[in-house]
Ligand binder design. Structure first.
Ligand code: ZN
Length: 323
């Protein structure tokens, strides 16, 4: 494997899939979630939109923390909190599905169609933190590639598309602990029963933005095993639209762990946004994302900060700051 592409929210956002900070407004439409926001965050009707809503990571984090500590939050019992988290996840599945009315799925497909042209079976692999399925759809339905999500912890065939935070088309059966992959529409989700045991109530396998992410003892654990193997084997690593916020600590730690074990010492490239034309060295150094990557990985990185529209620039188009 030569190139590993690690995609963050900025990669899908480029195609119109909403970013995290825009999501609270959508999910507030569910009655259970709305009640939670009123009770926990004092969300009132006048300012119940946009910047005044609690952030999705605050909501997930407080729910997960209370569950972890066996707490009750006001009128929300442990069972209510588990139901609420399933409801949050299901609304994300609905919002990001191909038949969504609210997100620009087609716009995202356009960008990933260009990206898919860059990819080579047997040479490249993708790790993503995104839940959406626009890239899956292009690779599977348009390119005709078999996808390998890494559910067995290792990847021997198919195209490696490892989704560290789960996917809106993954339905987990808590009864027999099998993972079912649904179609790309939300209506596929709604009629999905477990293919192993027939259970009708399946749960989305999503890791919300939370300070207490849980991969252990879920089918995602194997995806993380597959992911670190990809990092250990990579010769070139491309970070695309990945901000590496503190909440992604687990991802950062895994990337570091993999890089420390990678004997090929892969070249690092960052694709981000912030500039229309090639920035000067001084301008690049003032960019928040550039600073963050230098803080975490040192200066030996190629930067392309003119936005991601699906294509991967050639090596000469990346700016290197090492002098
Ligand atoms: Zn089952």
């Amino acid at each position: 494997m030569q190139r590993l592409f690690i995609l963050g929210a900025g990669a899908s956002k480029a195609g119109g899939i909403p970013a995290l900070k825009e999501l609270s407004g959508y999910i507030a439409e569910k009655p259970g979630v709305a009640r939670f926001m009123r009770e926990l965050f004092a969300v009132n009707s006048q300012l119940a939109h946009g910047a005044f809503l609690p952030r999705l990571d605050d909501i997930y984090s407080v729910v997960d923390y209370a569950l972890f500590q066996d707490h009750r939050l006001g009128s929300f019992t442990q069972e209510d909190l588990r139901t609420l988290r399933r409801e949050l996840n299901l609304s994300i599945c609905r919002l990001f599905a191909k038949d969504t009315a609210k997100a620009d799925y087609a716009g995202s497909v356009d960008i990933y169609r260009r990206f898919a042209r860059e990819l080579n079976m047997g040479q490249d692999a993708v790790l993503t933190l995104n839940w959406d399925t626009a890239l899956d759809y292009v690779l599977e339905c348009e390119k005709g590639w078999a996808l390998n999500y890494g559910f067995t912890g290792t990847i021997q065939h198919g195209f490696p598309l490892v989704k560290l935070h789960g996917s809106v088309n993954w339905a987990w059966c808590e009864a027999c602990t099998q993972l079912n992959v649904t179609g790309y529409d939300f209506k596929d989700w709604e009629k999905m029963n477990c293919q192993t045991c027939g259970e009708t109530k399946l749960s989305p396998l999503l890791v919300g933005p939370t300070v207490l992410p849980r991969h252990k003892d879920t089918p995602l654990e194997n995806c993380w095993l597959a992911a670190i193997k990809l990092i250990i084997q990579a010769e070139r690593l491309y970070f695309i639209g990945l901000s590496l916020d503190a909440i992604d600590l687990g991802v950062f730690e895994m990337i570091k762990r993999g890089l420390l074990l990678n004997k090929k010492k892969p070249e690092l490239f960052v694709l981000g946004h912030g500039f229309q034309a090639t920035p000067k060295r001084k301008e690049l150094l003032a960019n928040g994302t550039v600073k963050r990557y230098i803080q975490l990985f040192g200066v030996d990185i190629g930067f392309y900060m003119q936005g991601f529209q699906g294509t991967i620039p050639g090596d000469v188009e990346f700016t290197r700051l090492r002098s």
